[in-house]
Design a protein around this ligand. Structure first.
Ligand SMILES: Nc1ncnc2c1ncn2[C@@H]1O[C@H](COP(=O)(O)OP(=O)(O)OP(=O)(O)O)[C@@H](O)[C@H]1O
Ligand SMILES: O=C([O-])CC(=O)C(=O)O
Ligand SMILES: [Ca+2]
Ligand SMILES: [Mn+2]
Length: 660
C-alpha cells in the first residue's frame, strides 16, 4: 500500500484502474449511502493544514491607546526589527564587536525559519566571520506565555512536570538556595564611595575587567545554545519610578519564574519597551572559571552598577535573579530619596497599611497574605513620598509543610502558571507532598500576585500605620509581641535578628541566631544606617507605630519548646491592624525592656510573657542573657555611626538595646 501525492491510496491488484490497480477513494461522493460523520466538512485538506488552523497569530499589534495607524511613527515591521536589534545588542560579544544573528522563535518549530534577521554591527566594513558563533543564529524565545514555557520546560528540561493542581514542578539543580558568598560587586570610582564595603557588608568587590571576563563567558555560553529566553519586564508599581529589566536566560524555568515575579508588561507596553534599564545574563549551570581573579568557587553572581548589568554563572537557583534585582533597587531607589525595604505589605478595608519586615522564613509572605486584607506584596517594597509600592509582580512563598487549612490563599495560588521549586510529588497522581524535604527544606512557589484573590492591583498603598518587625526567635525568649518606641524600632531594624530555620542560604540547615542589618543585609548596597535614617524619618513623619513579633519559639528554646502557633500570631497581627493592641495595658520586660500587652483577644494570656511558658526558670534567664549578649555584641559594629542628622535619636537608639 502506498500513498499518492494527491492523498488517495493505491492498493495492489484490482480490476478498475487504468494501470490495473483498484482505487479506494478517501473522499466519498455526496450521493453515497454511508454517511456516518454528520459533522460539518473539515476545512483542512492535510494534517499540516489542520494544524495551521489550530493556532491564531497573536502579534501584539494593538494600536497604542486606540491611536489610529496614521499617527504611529514606526511600522510593526520596523518595531520588530528594532526589538531584535536591541536583543542582539544585549547578546553582543564585546571582544568581537558584533552581535549575534538573532531570530525570533523556537528552532524546533518549522515556522521559525529566519524571517527577520538582525545582524548588529558596530562597524560596517564587510568582514569575514572570524568566529563560528557569528555564523549561527541565536534563537530568541521572547516573553513567552506560561503555556509556551510549560511546553518548553517539559520538552527540554529534565525534572519538569505538571503537578495535580496544574503548577509546574521543577528542580533548581545543585543549588537550592542563594549563594551570598559568591556575590561580587564591581568596585569603581563611583561605587567605591557610594557603597558599603568591608566587614559585615554583602558587597564583595571585583574589578571591571573581571566582570567583563565573566560577562563574556556568560554571553558566549548563551549564544552557543540552540535558543535563549528573553524576558522584558518592569520593576516597581510606582509609575514614576518604574525600572525596565531584561532577563536573558537558558531555561524556560527561569523565564517563567521571572514572568511571575516581575511586573508583566501589557502588549502595548512591550511594543514601546525600547532598551532596558538593567539586564541580567543568567548562564545558569555554566560555571565561572576558578582561574579567574576574585573567583573562589564555580558560582558567581556579579553586579556592575555602571553598566547596569548582572551576570550569573554556576547556579540555577532562580531566587538569585529576584534578589539580584532587589539589590539593584536598594542602590537606585535611595538615590531618589526612596526607601527600599525587604518587607511584605498589606492594607485593611479602611486603607490602613502595614509593613512586615523580617529575615527569610519569619513570616513576611505568610502574614502579609491575609484573607481579610488586601495584599500589596510579600517581599520587596519602596516607600516614597507618595506611599508604598511593590517592586515585584509576584510572590515567592516557602512551601515546606504548607497546608490548605493554615494558608489557604497560598495553597490555592499553586495552580497553572505557578513554578514549584524542588518539591517532591507522587509519580503517578502528581500530588505534591509538602512535608517532604528530600530535595531541600527551601521548597518554593513563585506565582503572579493576582493569584491571591485579594491582591490589590496596582500594588500601591498609602503611608504605613504599623511597622511590624518579625523575628523567629529560636531562643524562645522574645515575647510573642511587643510595642516599640521609635528608637527601639530602629535598634531592632538595624540589628535584624532572627534564627534561620531552613536552608534558604546555602549551608544553613540547623536553626542559629543571625543578625542581618535592615532585615536584609544580603541585599542592601549602602551602609545600614542610611536606610535606618530614612525609615526613622518616614515613621516619624507619618506617625507609624513599630512592633516586634516573635514568630519563633515559645515554652523553651529550639529543641524543648515549640514554634508559636500560626493561629495565635494571626490573632496578634489582627489586634495590631485593628488598633486594639495600641490601647492595651502594657508591662515592661527585663533585659530587652520591651512593652508587652497583658491581654489579646484569641491568645492565651500566659504565653504573652515568655517566662511563664518555660518550666525551667533558670534556663529561661540564661537563654535571655545569652541572646541579650549576642545583640549587644552585634550592635558594637554600629555604635560609632550616626543615624541621620538627629543626635538625640542616635543616642536613644544606642540606649534602646538590652540592658543587664
Ligand atoms: N507563628 C508563625 N508565624 C508565621 N509563620 C509561621 C508560624 N509558624 C510557622 N510558620 C511558617 O513559617 C514560614 C514563614 O515563611 P514565609 O514564606 O512567610 O517567610 P518570609 O519571611 O516570606 O521569607 P522569605 O523572605 O525567604 O520569602 C511558613 O512556612 C509558615 O507556615
Ligand atoms: O531569595 C530567596 O531565596 C528567598 C528570600 O526571599 C530571602 O532569602 O529573603
Ligand atoms: Ca517571602
Ligand atoms: Mn525575601
Amino acid at each position: 500500500m502506498a500513498a499518492n501525492g494527491d492523498g488517495r491510496v493505491s492498493m495492489g491488484n484490482g480490476a478498475t484502474g487504468r494501470n490495473g490497480l483498484a482505487k479506494i477513494q478517501t473522499q466519498k461522493k455526496e450521493d453515497e449511502v454511508c454517511h456516518d460523520d454528520s459533522t460539518t466538512p473539515m476545512k483542512a485538506q492535510t494534517i499540516d493544514e489542520l494544524h495551521s488552523l489550530q493556532k491564531k497569530k497573536s502579534a501584539p499589534t494593538t494600536p497604542i491607546n486606540g491611536i489610529p495607524a496614521p499617527f504611529a511613527t514606526v511600522s510593526d515591521e520596523e518595531r520588530s526589527k528594532q526589538q531584535l536589534q536591541s536583543i542582539s545588542a544585549s547578546l553582543a560579544s564585546l571582544t568581537r564587536e558584533t552581535g549575534p544573528k538573532v531570530v525570533r522563535g523556537d528552532p524546533a518549530s518549522k515556522s521559525a525559519t529566519p524571517r527577520v534577521v538582525s545582524h548588529h554591527h558596530h562597524h560596517v566594513s564587510p568582514t569575514i566571520s572570524v568566529s563560528d558563533s557569528s555564523l549561527k543564529f541565536t534563537h530568541v524565545l521572547y516573553n513567552l506565555s506560561p503555556a509556551e514555557l510549560y511546553e518548553q520546560a517539559i520538552h527540554y528540561e529534565k525534572g519538569s512536570f505538571i503537578t495535580s493542581s496544574g503548577a509546574m514542578a521543577t528542580l533548581s539543580g545543585a543549588k537550592t538556595g542563594r549563594s551570598p558568598k559568591d556575590k561580587r560587586v564591581v568596585r569603581d570610582e563611583t561605587t567605591e564611595h557610594d557603597l558599603w564595603w568591608g566587614k559585615g557588608s554583602p558587597n564583595i568587590e571585583m574589578d571591571e575587567h573581571t566582570f567583563m571576563v565573566n560577562r563574556e563567558r556568560a554571553v558566549d555560553y548563551l549564544n552557543s545554545l540552540d535558543k535563549v529566553f528573553v524576558n522584558d519586564q518592569f520593576l516597581n508599581w510606582d509609575p514614576q519610578n518604574r525600572i525596565k529589566v531584561r532577563i536573558v536566560s537558558a531555561r524556560a524555568y527561569h523565564s517563567l519564574f521571572m514572568h511571575n515575579m516581575c511586573i508583566r508588561p501589557t502588549p502595548e507596553e512591550l511594543e514601546n519597551f525600547g532598551s532596558p534599564d538593567f539586564t541580567i545574563y543568567n548562564a545558569g549551570q555554566f560555571p565561572c572559571n576558578r582561574y579567574t581573579h576574585y573567583m573562589t568557587s564555580s558560582t558567581s553572581i556579579d553586579l556592575n552598577l555602571a553598566r547596569r548589568e548582572m551576570v550569573i554563572l554556576g547556579t540555577q537557583y532562580a531566587g538569585e535573579m529576584k534578589k539580584g534585582l532587589f539589590s539593584v533597587m536598594h542602590y537606585l531607589m535611595p538615590k531618589r530619596q526612596i526607601l527600599s525595604l525587604h518587607s511584605g505589605c498589606n492594607m485593611g478595608k479602611d486603607g490602613d497599611v502595614a509593613l512586615f519586615f523580617g529575615l527569610s522564613g519569619t513570616g513576611k509572605t505568610t502574614l502579609s497574605t491575609d484573607h481579610n486584607r488586601y495584599l500589596i506584596g510579600d517581599d520587596e517594597h519602596c516607600w516614597s513620598d507618595t506611599g508604598v509600592s511593590n517592586i515585584e509582580g509576584g510572590c515567592y512563598a516557602k512551601c515546606i509543610d504548607l497546608s490548605r487549612e493554615k494558608e489557604p490563599d497560598i495553597w490555592n495560588a499553586i495552580k497553572f502558571g505557578t513554578v514549584l521549586e524542588n518539591v517532591v510529588f507522587d509519580e503517578h497522581t502528581r500530588e505534591v507532598d509538602y512535608s517532604d524535604k528530600s530535595v531541600t527544606e527551601n521548597t518554593r512557589a513563585a506565582y503572579p500576585i493576582e493569584y491571591i484573590p485579594n491582591a490589590k492591583i496596582p500594588c500601591v498603598a498609602s503611608h504605613p500605620k504599623n511597622v511590624i518587625l518579625l523575628a523567629c526567635d529560636a531562643f524562645g525568649v522574645l515575647p510573642p509581641v511587643s510595642k516599640l518606641t521609635l528608637a527601639q524600632t530602629m535598634y531592632h531594624f538595624i540589628s535584624g535578628y532572627t534564627a534561620l530555620v531552613a536552608g534558604t542560604e546555602e549551608g544553613i540547615k540547623e536553626p542559629q541566631a543571625t543578625f542581618s542589618a535592615c532585615f536584609g543585609a544580603a541585599f542592601i548596597m549602602l551602609h545600614p544606617t542610611k536606610y535606618a535614617a530614612m525609615l526613622a524619618a518616614k515613621m516619624q513623619k507619618h506617625g507609624a507605630t513599630g512592633w516586634l513579633v516573635n514568630t519563633g519559639w515559645s515554652g523553651g528554646r529550639y529543641g524543648s519548646g515549640s514554634r508559636i502557633k500560626l493561629a495565635y500570631t494571626r490573632k496578634i497581627i489582627d489586634a495590631i491592624h485593628s488598633g486594639s493592641l495600641l490601647k492595651a495595658e502594657y508591662k515592661r520586660t527585663e533585659v530587652f525592656g520591651l512593652e508587652i500587652p497583658t491581654e489579646i483577644e484569641g491568645v492565651p494570656s500566659e504565653i504573652l510573657e515568655p517566662m511563664n511558658t518555660w518550666s525551667d526558670k533558670k534556663a529561661y534567664k540564661e537563654s535571655l542573657l545569652k541572646l541579650g549578649g549576642l545583640f549587644k555584641n552585634n550592635f558594637q559594629g554600629f555604635v560609632a555611626h550616626k543615624i541621620g542628622k538627629d543626635d538625640k535619636l542616635t543616642d536613644e537608639i544606642l540606649a534602646a538595646g538590652p540592658v543587664f
